[in-house]
Design a binder for this molecule. Structure first.
Ligand code: UGA
Length: 428
C-alpha cells in the first residue's frame, strides 16, 4: 500500500502502539477515541500508559504530521484506506469475549467507510468475528481482515517493530495481502490465511503460553516436594529447541489483561462447538491453585497463621515494566493475605494511590518496618538492588518469600534472613 491513510479506533496500549508504530513506518495515521480528555492529552504528546518508547514515537509522529488524534469514529474514517479496530474486548458472560464495543464502532462507521477501504480487527476477537463484522457492515465493497496483535505490555513498541510474525486472514485474499503490505518494511514472516484461522492463531498462541506457565508452576511445586531445583530443570528443558527457553519462569501465576481473558474465552468457544477443552481448563485451575499455594507458603513462613501477621509486599503489577493491575496475581495474593487477617503493607514502583485491604507506601523500605515476612510478587529489577541489610534491620521476623526467584539467595542469607523461593531449595 506504500504510504497509506489509516484510522486506528481505540487508543489503549494496543491501539496507540499500533497507530504510533504505523506512523513511524511512514503511514498517515489518525487515532480515535471516545474519551475527549485522553485525546487532548495525546494530541499534546502526553501518554499515560507505561510503555517504553511510546511517548517518544507519539511525539515524533505528531511533529512529522503523520500522526493525529480525534474524537469519534465516524468523522475520521471517510477517507481512510484501512481502519484498525483496537477497542476493548473484555471478558463477558461465562468467560466469552464481550464484543459490544466492536459492534458499536462497526455500526457507527458502516455508512461512512469509503468503497475499497479495509476494516481490520486487531483486538483479540472470537473466531467468526470477521464474518460477523462483514454481515453487520452490510458492505460488499468493504473487506474485513483479521490481523491479530502479539504485543506484550511493557515491550509493545519493540514487539511491534520486531515481530516474530505477521498474521493476516480474510476470505478476500487480496485484502489480506494489502494489509500485510502495510508492514512490508518490517520484513517478518507473514502468514496469509482465512479469517477464522487468523483469529484462532491469537488464542492458540496465548493459551499455549498460559499452559506452558501452568506446567512450569506445577513443576516448581513438584521440585519442592522432590527436593529438586526448578532453575536446573527449566535450564535443562529450555535447551531443547522444541521447547525453548522463554516463558519458563515460575511465579505467582499468570495474569494481565490477555492470558486470563483469552484462556476463558477459548474454553468457552470450544464448548460452543461441543468440545470440552479440559487441557486448557486444567491450566486455568492450576493458575488458581498456584495463588493458594503461594498464600500457604507465606503462612508457613510466618509460623502457620496469617491472622495478625505483618506482611510487607514488594510488587503489585501483574508483571514488571507495567503499572497494570488487571488480573494481577500479585494483587490477588495480597488481597488473600488481607482476607486471612494479615496486616499488609505494599510497595510497587509504578503504582500509587489507594487500594483496598492494604497500606500502599511509596518507599520500599517502609514495607519492612516490623514485618514478619517480606514477599516479592512482581519481578521489578530494583528489588534486587535494595539494601537488604537495612531491610533486615527494619524487620521483626526473618522470612523473605521470593515468588519470582528474583533475589540472590546467598546475599539474603548473608544479612541474616531466610530465603524461600519457588521450586528451589530453602536457604537459611
Ligand atoms: C501476552 C502475550 O505474551 C502477548 O504475545 C500478547 O500479544 C498479549 O498477551 C495480548 O494478548 O495482547 P502480556 O499480557 O503483556 O502479553 O504479558 P506476558 O508477558 O505474556 O505475561 C503474562 C503473565 O505471565 C504475567 O503475569 C507474567 O508475570 C507471567 N509470566 C511470564 C511468568 O510467570 N513467567 C514467565 O516466564 C513469563
Amino acid at each position: 500500500m506504500g504510504s497509506a491513510r489509516i484510522t486506528v479506533i481505540g487508543t489503549g496500549y494496543v491501539g496507540l502502539t499500533t497507530g504510533a508504530c504505523l506512523a513511524s513506518l511512514g503511514h498517515r495515521v489518525t487515532c480515535v477515541d471516545v474519551d475527549e480528555v485522553k485525546v487532548a492529552r495525546l494530541a499534546a504528546g502526553r501518554v499515560d500508559i507505561l510503555e517504553p518508547g511510546l511517548e517518544e514515537l507519539v511525539s515524533r509522529g505528531l511533529a512529522a504530521g503523520r500522526l493525529s488524534f480525534a474524537v469519534g469514529s465516524r468523522g475520521s474514517v471517510w477517507n481512510a484506506q484501512a481502519v484498525f479496530l483496537c477497542v476493548p474486548t473484555p471478558m463477558g458472560a461465562r468467560g466469552a469475549a464481550d464484543l459490544r464495543a466492536v459492534e458499536a464502532v462497526v455500526d457507527e462507521i458502516a455508512g461512512t467507510l469509503p468503497p475499497g477501504c479495509v476494516v481490520i480487527t486487531k483486538s483479540t476477537v472470537p473466531v467468526g468475528t470477521a464474518q460477523r463484522i462483514r454481515d453487520r457492515l452490510g458492505r460488499s465493497d468493504v473487506p474485513v481482515v483479521a490481523n491479530p496483535e502479539f504485543l506484550r505490555e511493557g515491550t509493545a513498541v519493540s514487539d511491534f517493530l520486531n515481530p516474530d510474525r505477521i498474521v493476516v486472514g480474510s476470505d478476500d485474499e487480496a485484502a489480506a495481502r494489502r494489509v500485510a503490505a502495510l508492514y512490508a518494511d518490517l520484513a517478518a514472516p507473514t502468514v496469509v490465511t482465512d479469517a477464522a484461522s487468523a483469529e484462532l492463531v491469537k488464542y492458540a498462541a496465548n493459551c499455549f503460553l498460559a499452559m506452558k506457565l501452568s506446567y512450569v508452576n506445577a513443576m516448581a511445586e513438584l521440585c519442592e516436594r522432590l527436593g529438586a531445583d526448578i532453575l536446573s530443570v527449566t535450564e535443562g528443558m529450555g535447551y531443547d529447541h522444541r521447547i525453548g527457553r522463554a516463558f519458563l519462569k515460575p511465579g505467582p501465576g499468570w495474569g494481565g489483561s490477555c492470558l486470563p481473558k483469552d484462556t476463558h474465552a477459548l474454553v468457552q468457544v470450544a464448548e460452543s462447538v461441543g468440545f470440552d477443552f479440559s487441557l486448557l481448563s486444567a491450566a486455568i485451575g492450576e493458575n488458581i491453585a498456584q495463588r493458594d499455594r503461594i498464600v500457604a507458603k507465606i503462612a508457613g513462613a510466618v509460623g502457620g497463621s496469617l491472622a495478625g501477621a505483618r506482611i510487607g509486599v514488594l510488587g503489585l503489577a501483574f508483571k514488571a515494566g507495567t503499572n497494570d493491575l488487571r488480573d494481577s496475581p500479585a494483587l490477588s495474593v495480597t488481597s488473600m493475605l488481607a482476607a486471612h487477617g494479615a496486616e499488609v503493607t505494599a510497595y510497587d514502583p509504578a503504582i500509587g494511590g489507594d487500594l483496598p485491604g492494604m497500606r500502599l507506601v511509596d518507599d520500599p523500605y517502609q514495607v519492612a518496618k516490623g514485618a514478619d515476612a517480606i514477599v516479592v510478587l512482581t519481578e521489578w529489577d530494583e528489588f534486587r538492588r535494595l539494601d537488604w541489610s537495612y531491610l533486615a534491620d527494619l524487620m521483626h521476623g526473618d522470612a523473605v518469600v521470593d515468588t519470582r526467584n528474583l533475589l540472590d539467595p546467598p546475599a539474603i542469607l548473608a544479612v541474616g534472613l531466610c530465603w524461600l523461593g519457588l521450586g528451589r531449595p530453602r536457604v537459611r
